[in-house]
Each structure stands twice: as C-alpha cells, then as structure tokens.
Ligand binder design. Structure first.
Ligand SMILES: Cc1cc2nc3c(=O)[nH]c(=O)nc-3n(C[C@H](O)[C@H](O)[C@H](O)COP(=O)(O)OP(=O)(O)OC[C@H]3O[C@@H](n4cnc5c(N)ncnc54)[C@H](O)[C@@H]3O)c2cc1C
Length: 535
C-alpha cells in the first residue's frame, strides 16, 4: 500500500506546530500534524475540569505573547473569521507583598499615579523612556532568526543607533541580572516586587544573567499590551488554527506517536508512528520536540555529527511547575487592596529576598518556605469562564525542584524525592494557606480543586520534562543563539529538510509561536541565494 504523502509533516500540535502548519497552509502546502496525545494543543489545554460551567486553562492561560507577536499579525484576520475573539484588561498585573500592594495599568496615566504613590514616578518614567527608545531592538532580538543574513540588519541598526562603544555597553546591559537593576533603579520594595516576579515567566530568577532585560521586556509588553485571552479559552485558538490547516487540504492525527523521522540520502522523507503507520513528506518535516527526543529518539538511527549529539545530550531542563485550579462559589475578596479583584495576574510574595531565596532553593532541590505565588483571575478578562456570581483561580508556582531534596520550612519529608500525592498536596496546602492570608474568603469559597504537579504536567506533554513548563532551562547559555543547542544550529538540523521547532528552540517558550513562525516563513520565503543553494 502506498504511503499517504504531504508537503510537510509536523511532529506535535503545540502552538509552534499549529502556527507553522497554518502559515504553510496559507502558502498552499498540504500539511499533516501528528500529535501523540488524544487531543491537540500541547500546553494549551482548556477543560471544564472541575464543575460544569467552569472553564479552566489547565496549563497555559495568558496570550500577550501571541497577540503581540508576528504570527498573530499574519493570521489575525483568518482567526477572527473563525471565531477567535480576544478580550483584554486595563489591569494586567499587580502585587501584594509585605511592603504593600501595587497595580500596573495599561493606562500610562494610571500607572504614573501608582508609581508616584510608591515614590518611584520619576524612576518609572525614566525607565519607560529609556527602554522605549530600544524596544524595537529588544523585540527584534527576541524574534530574530539568528542564523540568517537578515539578522545582521538588526546588528547594524543597533550599531548605527548606539555606536561601537554604546553597542558594547548595551551587551552588558542585556546581561544584567534583575535584582541589582531593580535595587539601583527603584526605591520602593513594592515596585521591585511588582516587576521582579515577571522574570519567572521566562524561566529566570532575579539573580540570573539577562533577567533585567527580560523583566523590562515583559514589563513593557504587559504595560502596553495588557493580558489578552481568547473568549472561551485557548482551545478556540487551537481549533481555528487546525481549521486553517484542514481547509487547505491538511490533516491532524491525534494518538499519533512519532517514533522516527524517515530519511533517504541524508534528507528527511517522512515519519513513522509507534503503531507502524508511515507518512511521507515531499518538502519538509518539522519536529516540535526536545533536543534529546530528536537526536536520541527520532534520529537515533542516523549518523549525526558528534558536536551536535554532545550538545543535545547536555541540554538541561529548568525548575518544575505546579498548577492549582480552583472553582469558587464567590469572587475572591482581597484583604490588602480591594482593587486587586479586577487584576488579571497578581503575584503574592514577601519581597525580593523571598523571591531570590525560593528560586535558588528550588534550583538546589529544596521546597520554598514562602514561595512566589502567581494568582491568575481569568474571569477578570473573560467572564464566560465561570457562572455569574462565581469565579475561578489559576494558581501557578514556578519555584519547584524537579526532584525534592529538602524543605526550607522543615515540614515535608523529601522521601525518594518524587512529587508523590502526599508531598504535592502538603505543598499545595502551604501555598493555599499563604493565598488565604490575602484572600480571607478563600477556603469557604472553594467548591472544587485540582492540583497538577510536575509528574502530571509531564504526563500531559512529554516535552515538559520533569514538569519544566518551558521545555528547557532558559538561562542565557541555553537561550537566543544557543537554543536549542550550544552548537548553535538554529532551527536547522544536520538532516536536510528536517527543522527543529518548539519551546526548546529559539525564541523559547511562551505562546508566541515564534519558532514555528520563523521556520514556516523561511520555508515559504526563500531568498534568491538560498533557492540557488538548495537546488
Ligand atoms: C503550566 C504552564 C503554564 C504556562 N502558562 C503560559 C501562559 O500563560 N502564557 C504563555 O505565553 N506561555 C505559558 N506557558 C508556556 C507555553 O505554554 C509553552 O511554552 C508553549 O505552549 C509550548 O509550545 P510548543 O509549540 O513548544 O509545544 P507544546 O505545547 O509543548 O506541545 C508539544 C506537543 O508535541 C507533542 N509531541 C511530543 N513528542 C511527540 C511525538 N514524538 N509524536 C507526536 N507528538 C509529540 C506533545 O504531546 C505536545 O502535545 C505555560 C506552560 C505551562 C506548562
């Protein structure tokens, strides 16, 4: 029987796979997406998982990276036609810490007032002015396809703007950790605690190199772009992207575990599934997997240069995530500042020191005593997520060891180090007690609860190794030109026509769909030189 053939086959169906599939489909390619789970979407998993009428994003929830990124700019019209409606808020983020509370607004006048109240008005406007003058380069850097000649344009613009000496100084600024930058720039502990936790959302801590840059980028993105979410949940985006692919003649196969990329004469020719089925791709195969899954798994029978396999073998994973989902019989009542009820994401933390302590403890295998808690309130943006008068909370913890070696609070016995049910629930109780200090009606209002630990998160998506939500440590040696590999191959692989995409590759994790977009554009917009070279 002859194999079914497509222009491109994409392994996985996360945001990068879907974006790549949709962009290729719009250029007339017939695309097959193979997803090993029985549902598409990867880290987008929308379910009425607690009670009827309560819609939870079990994993990712917030779409500023997608709405602010190039994939949405290209696909927005199609997506809107297919019913994807984004809602936004003017209060994207806030903080409650030992020193007080603060809210960041998308209205610059409101934020200026808030910063004045904290004594940081001049520092904030100075920061926004200075960073605002570089924001095009900052976003350009994060979205650049490093191993293409057009990325040189970015370097040349930067050199023209800053001069040689300025360019070198900008390099140092890019590498500065957030903690010293925040201490130098702002006087209020509240301002620092408002901004610092945002580095966590790119897998960094406040003492890591480049965390100041990431904090500024996310701070600016949130201050300008808010916290958009699709009405009804990320599933709506997933369905619409699949619709674009199918309408162009493509297909999505679920329960389709790819175990091998097939090749001929050093070129990718298709994929083989665990159930024995094979499909061929006449133009490209895109694999949205981790470096180890690619080189030790899908390509294990191929001859791969040693510097590549060595580089893939040493790819590290970062801290694990825990998600707690609550259905509430009434909206949360915030004790310290009632304005927080309207904020999309509130960070609860003691302050910069507890943040630093918790990140470093978890890097060394220890449970945090006073973790930084990300409290998402999805109904503030999309009220359809819960019946009228009720609410849901999306609670995220990012300072968790993949393997437990100890507990800073001295309460949880690490045992064999695994996140078994007992340890996970005890830790979740610690977290909820800390949340209840700020939301006194919490325990009375909880009608249903789900706790997803590192093991459950990895079971939902095998790219999230050990529960690492970002499919690979994002510290600077594994970022930008060095993601996915220190051998710096970009999205190319040593196998012709095989491309590596997904959160383990540049520009890293998040719902921007950046790697899928970059590769799909590269495949559909070849330069003259490349066309000649690839003949
Ligand atoms: C708990 C959590 C919360 C997050 N919150 C946010 C947020 O609010 N906003 C944000 O911007 N980002 C968030 N992120 C990060 C973001 O969701 C991810 O970085 C992004 O979704 C990853 O997309 P991806 O394209 O790499 O594919 P993934 O979503 O990782 O999907 C990869 C898919 O490939 C499949 N697959 C793997 N191997 C194979 C194989 N061999 N054969 C077939 N299929 C295979 C997997 O089953 C999976 O479905 C969060 C992540 C997590 C885990």
């Amino acid at each position: 029987m002859s194999q079914k053939s497509y222009d491109a086959i994409v392994v996985g169906s996360g945001i990068n796979a879907l974006v790549a599939g949709a962009v290729l489909s719009k250029s007339g390619w017939k695309v097959l997406l193979c997803e090993r789970n029985n549902v598409a979407g990867g880290a987008i998993r929308t379910e009425a998982a607690t009670l009827p009428g309560f819609t939870h994003e079990l994993l990712s929830s917030w779409h500023p990276l997608f709405v602010g990124g190039p994939a949405y700019a290209e696909l927005a019209e199609e997506l809107t036609k297919r019913g994807v409606i984004y809602k936004n808020t003017t209060s994207p983020t806030g903080v409650v810490c030992s020193a007080g509370t603060a809210i960041l607004s998308t209205d610059p006048v409101e934020t200026a007032k808030e910063m004045d109240r904290l004594g940081d008005g001049a520092a904030w406007s100075g920061m926004m002015q200075e960073f605002g003058g570089k924001i095009d380069l900052a976003f350009g850097l994060l979205g650049a396809d490093f191993w293409r000649t057009n990325s040189l344009k970015l370097a040349s613009t930067a050199r023209k703007r800053f001069g040689n000496r300025g360019l070198v100084a900008t390099g140092a600024e890019l590498l500065e950790p957030a903690a010293p930058w925040l201490d130098r720039t702002f006087s209020s502990e509240v301002t620092k605690s408002l901004l610092a936790p945002w580095a966590l959302h790119n897998g960094l801590g406040p003492d890591d190199a480049a965390s100041a840059f990431i904090t500024k980028v996310i701070g600016a993105a949130v201050a300008f772009g808010g916290m958009p979410v699709p009405v009804g949940g990320g599933i709506k985006l997933v369905e619409a992207l699949i619709g674009i692919i199918k309408d162009a003649g493509g297909e999505l196969l679920t329960s389709a575990d790819v175990i091998k990329v097939t090749t001929s004469n050093g070129k990718a020719t298709g994929v083989k599934l665990a159930d024995g089925r094979e499909f061929s791709a006449t133009r490209s195969v895109l694999a949205s997997v981790t470096p180890q899954a690619l080189y030790q798994g899908l390509l294990s029978e191929e001859k791969i240069p040693t510097e590549i396999t060595k580089s893939a073998d040493s790819f590290r994973y970062g801290r694990a995530a825990i998600q707690i989902h609550l259905a509430l019989s009434e909206p949360p009542q915030w004790k310290a500042d009632s304005r927080l009820k309207d904020v999309a994401i509130v960070h609860i933390l003691d302050g910069m020191n507890s943040l630093s302590e918790s990140v470093n403890a978890s890097n060394r295998g220890w449970l945090a005593k006073r973790p930084t808690i990300v409290v998402g309130q999805p109904t503030t943006v999309d009220p359809s997520r819960a019946p009228a008068g009720t609410s849901i909370l999306w609670i995220q913890l990012q300072e968790n060891p993949r393997k437990i070696l100890g507990d800073l609070a001295g309460e949880i016995n690490p045992g064999d180090g695994s996140w078994n049910e007992e340890r996970l629930n005890k830790y979740a109780d610690r977290v909820l007690a800390q949340v209840a200090e700020q939301i006194p009606n919490l325990f009375n209002a909880i009608t249903a609860k789900i706790v997803l630990g590192p093991e459950q998160i990895e079971a939902m998506n095998k790219n999230l190794v050990g529960g690492d939500p970002y499919a690979g440590d994002c510290r600077v040696d594994q970022y930008a030109p060095w993601r996915p590999l220190s051998a710096a191959t970009g999205h190319r692989t040593p196998i012709k026509n095989l491309w590596h995409i997904g959160a383990s590759t540049h520009p890293g994790p998040g719902l921007g769909g950046g790697s899928g977009f970059l590769v799909a554009k590269r495949l559909t917009q070849k330069s003259f030189l490349e066309r000649i070279r690839n003949r």
